[in-house]
Design a binder for this molecule. Structure first.
Ligand code: ADP
Ligand code: MG
Length: 276
């Protein structure tokens, strides 16, 4: 296998879009799997109480399972909470259980409520690096809202990846998302940037899909990956087998497109490095 280049420092992606069903979770788990099969070390943080990311990566997350809730609300160290992904030894997962649903409210009254994930993640990444086990990529899968969980992700992350579903109304709500990102950038995390837009559920046979894709490319230009993820039954079947499409059907168009998207991401300039 051809490995992907390792970044100079850990790259932390926030996969965000407050619309549900646009492909955040699918993108998180499949990019993680694609990076892993290409030789990179990945941490996946499931910030959605539904725990779909944990399911797709085959991580137990029934009610009461310790995970991201304990890190955020109880201040436990992430090191004690991550679980190995059975299918990929280079992926670790900080799972979410339904207990996380309460965190959105509980966080309101806690000190440093917006920066709790950032603190926990930074110390975990430093420990991992000291132990000679550095992560190349972190993907944080956000819930479909712009509440405190998503704000915590945006404070902890450096790059925002926005999946956009190639459907009618795809661009609705994007203005609100971008304004929220600007607010976090202005007040809490100056390093945050939207670096990556990924078109999902693309159906080249319909005018609608190509129309949305054109509109997104016109609006965002260079941030949009050349690779669009096709609408594919194999992609939607994989989670019911607790798999990503990358392992479920490695030769499928869905798997190949996520591997291609991962390659584009890995080969793009790291925004923390000065541009040539
Ligand atoms: P989100 O996390 O944004 O709510 P999901 O990743 O869970 O969105 O995707 C919503 C639904 O669409 C899921 O059932 C998922 O399996 C399906 N899906 C996602 N991407 C694709 C795709 N490219 N082709 C077909 N189905 C997809
Ligand atoms: Mg999701």
């Amino acid at each position: 296998i051809v490995h992907l280049p390792q970044p100079a420092a850990t790259r932390i992606f926030v996969v965000a879009n407050q619309k549900g069903g646009v492909g955040k979770t699918t993108t998180t788990v499949n990019l993680a799997a694609a990076m892993a099969v290409k030789g990179l070390r990945v941490l996946v943080i499931d910030l959605d109480p539904q725990g779909n990311t944990s399911t797709a990566l085959d991580i137990p997350h029934s009610e009461g399972t310790a995970g991201v809730y304990e890190a955020l609300v109880e201040g436990e160290s992430i090191d004690a909470l991550v679980q190995p992904c059975p299918a990929h030894e280079s992926i670790s997962v900080l799972p979410a259980s339904i207990d996380l649903a309460g965190a959105e409210i509980e966080l309101v009254s806690l000190v440093a409520r917006e920066t709790r994930l950032d603190k926990a993640l930074q110390s975990y990444l430093a420990e991992s690096e000291d132990a000679g086990d550095r992560y190349d990529y972190v993907f944080i899968d956000c819930p479909p809202s712009l509440g405190l969980l998503t704000v915590n992700a945006m404070v902890a992350g450096r790059e925002v990846l926005i999946p956009i579903q190639c459907e009618y109304y795809a661009l609705e709500g994007l203005g609100q998302l971008l304004r929220n990102i600007d607010l976090v950038k202005a007040h809490l995390n100056p390093q945050l940037a939207v670096t990556t837009i990924l078109l999902t559920m693309y159906d080249g046979r319909t005018n609608l899909s190509s129309g949305v894709a054109n509109e997104v490319r016109q609006h965002f230009g260079g941030e949009v990956l050349d690779t669009a993820i096709p609408r594919s039954v194999r992609i939607s079947e994989a989670p019911s087998y607790h798999q990503t499409v990358v392992t479920y059907d490695p030769a499928s168009s869905g798997a190949l497109s996520y591997i291609e998207a991962a390659r584009e991401i890995a080969e793009r300039a790291d925004p923390k490095e000065p541009r040539a």
